[in-house]
Design a protein around this ligand. Sequence first.
Ligand code: MN
Ligand code: MN
Length: 299
Amino acid sequence: MDEATYENYKQAGKIAADARDYGVSLLKPGVHLLDVASNVEKRIIKNGAGLAFPVNIALNTLAAHYSPTHDDPRTFQRGDVVKLDVGAHVNGYIADTAVTVELETHIYDDLICASADALTKVIAAFTTHLPLSDAGKTIENTITSYGFKPIENLMGHGLGRYELHSGVSIPNVGALGGKSTLHDGDVIAIEPFATNGAGHVISSQGSNIYLYKDTIKAKFIRDNKAKLVCDKIRTHFGTLPFAQRWYHELFPKDDLVMKKLAILGLIKHYPQLVEAKGGMVTQKEHTVIVREDGCEVIT
Ligand code: MN
Ligand code: MN
């Protein structure tokens, strides 16, 4: 990794971490999810980074993939177990980080500790020599030592330039990942999830998070309006996920066009990912640069 790339990552990491911690300071019963998401996003932009993806707020049995809509009425409740997941990028170099907070109660302290401790332990063990299955084993063993299960079908991931999920997956269980190892300078997001449920997630309704898929199909859109919207989406969001809120700001009256583009396969709508047996879910995530002799946490 060259010096300029490294500096971009360091900056993205610093801004993402600041936004995460700022977001945590806003979490209180009665506060709107929408206000937290939009204030955290404003903070990332004010600090000079781009949004790598919409701020995700996943409550309780929802593990991942929810961002408030532009008119989202939901507010936090006392006792909510909140996963706040934020991403910033500097010149396309992405930092991705998440934390879990339980609002005013302490029923799930151990579950919160389990995913956090798993992350600490796997970070301490991570080098270019660590087989990915061993990383998964460390996470799995730590979480099961608390009496909980890791979520086996959610994984950490490589980060590429303007690419949120590049190639490699970092498993949360020992049965995945095999003997493969990473290279010096690889940048990855590691994100253990712990649950008192089944240990896997299933897809649910829409997340309000979308991704533009640049396919040949874009050339064949006949509808002029749809073509215009499609071009604008590509220009504004490129290869990174975007929120219904952001789309709505650009095209306040064009929700139908969005539906059309989704049907054409030009836009992917991510589903919410909920615990299969309705278990409570916690998550902790850091972005790290993997080195020969360890790894550097940038968030
Ligand atoms: Mn994340
Ligand atoms: Mn991630």
